[in-house]
Design a protein around this ligand. Structure first.
Ligand code: NFS
Ligand code: SF4
Length: 651
């Protein structure tokens, strides 16, 4: 085997040497990757980029030009751009929420005794959640409560006359804003259907009216579908706690059977995690000449199993093809979302077998295993056997595993943050609120979302996070952004604290947290909404999310899910900076509504900023504006010497 680090990295597509080396190798081997296909797609269609092409009916397709200001039906650029945007929100919300529904079905099966090897891993989280939603918990067993909670959650998907029940998780003032604007979603499914209906030819044409409907649907994603996915995952698989692991392609092992889980649903990967420890399977692997079974993740499945089991992460979205290119992957297990259809073509060049496990997702060259909850463990064992049997087919001369692998600490659920901030004796967000009030922490930023071949991969995530912690802003991360920062070494407290501003560092050291907290997968952006809510409940920082000195960013986003996420943050009152705009440039009105006017309605708005340093400036300016409005900047000097206020930190 040659070590990939010995190869020159000719192609520079990322700040990550492991990516550059593997892309160079792909070039030498003539195996096309996402970067080659990006090149072959140039120039990309300007009408689509501007959001002014419409193919919603068969009088069209139509596109808006200086000469043709209207589509055949009379739709203008504003209507067309807004309708296209809404369809993205609908798709993104559907993806997160369908994932949530799958978990609720599993919870229901466990409650009914048909859950195979699945268990209620966190009964406390189950009981707290049930209690919050008015489900009787006293003198009842976990399974009985779980059954009721599953039924309750299932009801949140369909139509109801009243606003969705889970919106009650939000701060009261925020709920009132939604009511006033008439954007309280009903069921998740009905919200998605409503968007599809409104954007059908000849229905809703007023771009403002359309975008408000988009915000409504996005709330059914963030506060409902994604929240359900996160909560049920915690109940079934355990609420994450701080855990150490490693990230980047270097986690793949030359001497072991490598199995990669890629996609989003954590259900099967939980069983794979368990089965990979099975002694008889480990023995079987040894009988084939391997030292054992190495399970690693890509994309959000990776984040799920990292957060709960400390399993290593092989990479983020941009590394899925590159993982196979190492020549060391026996099986890649794929389910839904962010799985490139190209994987089959790359896998064909190696011994790697693709196994698809979702009944709704087929990829070329992938062998389907229709995964059933009841037989989850058996399916997991079967997949691992396929991998072990495939180990001998590995062409050792073509194995190139990059050296890069970095330590990370992940697992910062709200429950963990409560616990760590509160210290040994109580659970509270108080020390965080106090540090924000007295200015040692200026505010909190969420950096989330994908990586994208259109920009230097990972670079903007890393630079933005560094700019913010240097300026004493606490950073919350999820999704591929968290993986990018992990690879850069920013998720180990020892390394990241030395890069943080002095006062942020002081607070983090006192409570024992890094300045960048990995909060999980993309559905776990619901944890960021709940963190904001917890800060408000703690008191002293206003009444509504729009009062808080917080901001969000997705510097390298690419998916429709990211479009939905951006909208639910804005609908929840946050300022959100995206590294590149939605497809709306062809409609100055839609653009203006999203980046300016909407603020007077929801208190949040979008901004587009490709330069991470400038994005940090903008986020900080917003944070300081909110601090001024709260009056906490004026109080800063006094607070610094107020020992009573500081006691929360000193404990
Ligand atoms: Ni999020 Fe997760 Fe990554 Fe983007 Fe895809 S994996 S759900 S969509 S690419 S962050
Ligand atoms: Fe053209 Fe209108 Fe049909 Fe769209 S809906 S394709 S703008 S005629």
């Amino acid at each position: 085997m040659s070590t990939i680090s010995d190869l020159p990295a000719v192609k520079q597509v990322s700040r990550d040497p492991a990516i550059n080396q593997m892309v160079t190798l792909a070039g030498c081997e003539n195996i096309p990757t996402v970067w080659d296909r990006l090149k072959s797609q140039q120039p990309q269609c300007k009408f689509a980029t501007d959001g002014v092409c419409c193919r919603l009916c068969h009088m069209g397709p139509c596109r808006i030009t200086p000469k043709a200001k209207y589509g055949i039906c009379g739709a203008d650029a504003d209507t067309i751009a807004a309708r296209n945007l809404l369809r993205e929100i609908a798709a993104g919300s559907a993806a997160h929420s369908d994932h949530g529904r799958g978990l609720v079905r599993t919870l229901k099966m466990v409650a009914g005794g048909h859950g195979g090897d699945y268990r209620i891993a966190d009964p406390r989280r189950l009981r707290e959640t049930a209690l919050f939603f008015g489900i009787e918990t006293e003198n009842r067993g976990d399974l009985e409560i779980a059954g009721d909670l599953a039924d309750f959650y299932m009801r949140q998907f369909g139509w109801s006359e009243s606003p969705n029940d889970t919106l009650r998780l939000a701060p009261e003032k925020r709920q009132a804003v939604w009511k006033k604007l008439d954007i309280e979603p009903r069921g998740i499914d009905s919200s998605v259907v409503e968007l599809m209906h409104r954007t059908h030819m000849g229905v809703d044409h007023d771009y403002r009216h359309l975008i408000m409907a988009g915000l409504k649907c996005s709330l059914a994603d963030g506060w409902v579908g994604s929240n359900i996915a996160t909560t049920v995952s915690d109940i079934l698989f355990g609420t994450p706690r701080p855990v150490r692991s490693k990230v980047n392609l270097g986690v793949l092992r030359e001497d072991m059977v490598n199995v990669i889980v890629h996609g989003h649903e954590p259900t099967l990967s939980e069983m794979l995690a368990m089965a990979s420890q099975d002694e008889d399977l480990v023995e079987y692997a040894k009988s084939k000449g391997a030292a054992g079974i190495n399970l690693a993740g890509i994309c959000c499945t990776a984040n799920e199993v990292l957060m709960r089991h400390g399993l290593p992460i092989a990479g983020n979205f941009m590394q899925q093809e590159l993982a196979i290119l190492t020549g060391a992957v026996e099986v890649m297990v794929i389910d839904v979302q962010c799985v490139m259809p190209s994987l089959g073509q790359v896998a064909k060049c190696f011994h790697t077998r693709l196994v698809s496990t979702s009944e709704i997702a087929q990829t070329f060259e992938a062998e389907p295993i229709n995964y059933e909850v009841e037989h989850g463990y058996e399916h997991a064992r079967r997949i691992l056997r396929i991998a072990i049997d495939n180990f001998e087919n590995r062409d050792r001369g073509r194995v190139h595993i990059p050296r890069e692998s970095m330590e990370v600490v992940a697992g910062f659920s709200n429950q963990t943050i409560f616990h760590m901030l509160g210290g040994r004796f109580r659970s509270t967000f108080r020390p965080l609120n106090d540090a924000i009030i007295d200015g040692r922490i200026r505010g909190v930023a969420g950096i989330v979302g994908c990586t994208n071949p259109k920009m230097p991969v990972d670079s903007h995530h890393v630079q933005l996070a560094l700019e913010l912690i240097e300026r004493n802003v606490l950073v919350l991360e999820t999704g591929c952004s968290a993986i990018a920062c992990g690879k850069a070494g920013l998720l180990v407290p020892e390394a990241s604290l030395s890069r943080a501003g002095a006062t942020l560092r002081e607070v983090c050291e006192a409570v024992g947290i890094p300045p960048i907290l990995h909060m999980g997968s993309c559905v776990d952006n619901s944890r960021i909404l709940m963190a904001a809510t917890n800060v408000l409940h703690e008191g002293g920082l206003g009444q509504d999310i729009s009062d808080l000195p917080v901001a969000g960013a997705a510097p390298e986003w690419m998916s429709e899910k990211a479009v939905a996420i951006g909208h639910y943050f804005v609908a929840s009152g946050m300022y959100v900076v995206l590294g590149h705009p939605f497809y709306v440039a062809g409609s100055p009105n839609v653009n203006k509504f999203l980046t300016e006017e909407v603020e007077s309605l929801t208190g949040g708005r979008f901004d587009w900023e490709p330069d991470p340093a400038k994005a940090a400036d903008k986020m900080l300016a917003h944070i300081e504006k909110k601090r001024d409005a709260l009056g906490i900047n004026a109080k800063k000097e006094r607070k610094l010497f107020d020992m009573k206020e500081r006691r929360g930190i000193d404990e």
